[in-house]
Design a protein around this ligand. Structure first.
Ligand SMILES: Nc1nc2c([nH]c(=O)n2[C@@H]2O[C@H](COP(=O)(O)OP(=O)(O)OP(=O)(O)O)[C@@H](O)[C@H]2O)c(=O)[nH]1
Length: 145
């Protein structure tokens, strides 16, 4: 757990909902041996001690995808208690970035419409995020972007 920013025993995670111009969302498949392995996720990772949320988001998305975040904002916090750990996902909407996302850690990537997201398997903590994206895309005539 060293290097992780924890409040009590809650692991703080910077999570990027990266949107393209068509309103599709970038998802990655977690490596099989990881916590919640094999499931799809939104790119991101643990916030380091003393690290600012958006700095953590920029660092993680650069390390994992090779992109530079140009415009992002905190959207909401989703807390979840798994049997083995508790997480606080700090969900950020990433509306502008530069570079073409690549799975630099070998993780499969795909762009999915909000409707397509519904057919993918996510960790339980992510289900409210998918629901929030549905609401967002229903409110906006041209999708979440
Ligand atoms: N990046 C990311 N993590 C998520 C999501 N949903 C979710 O429950 N998590 C949880 O948040 C925690 C932090 O994710 P991480 O990617 O930095 O951690 P990890 O387990 O791969 O790293 P580790 O092997 O160093 O422990 C994990 O327990 C992971 O299961 C998500 O959509 N994206």
């Amino acid at each position: 757990m060293s290097g992780e920013q924890s409040h009590g025993s809650v692991v703080q995670v910077a999570v990027g909902v990266v949107l393209d111009a068509a309103g599709r969302v970038l998802v990655a498949r977690r490596r099989p041996e990881a916590h919640q392995g094999g499931l799809w996720e939104f790119p991101g990772g643990k916030i380091e001690a003393g690290e600012d949320l958006l700095a953590a988001l920029r660092r993680e998305l650069h390390e994992e995808l090779g992109i530079r975040v140009e415009e992002a904002r905190h959207w909401f916090t989703q807390e979840h208690r798994y049997p083995d750990k508790s997480v606080a996902l700090q969900i950020c909407l990433v509306r502008r970035f530069s570079g073409e996302p690549r799975g630099l850690e070998g993780q499969p990537l795909r762009w999915a419409s909000v409707a397509e997201l519904m057919a993918l398997s996510f960790p339980a903590a992510n289900l409210p995020i998918v629901a929030a994206l549905q609401t967002l895309s229903a409110e906006l005539p041209h999708g979440p972007a």
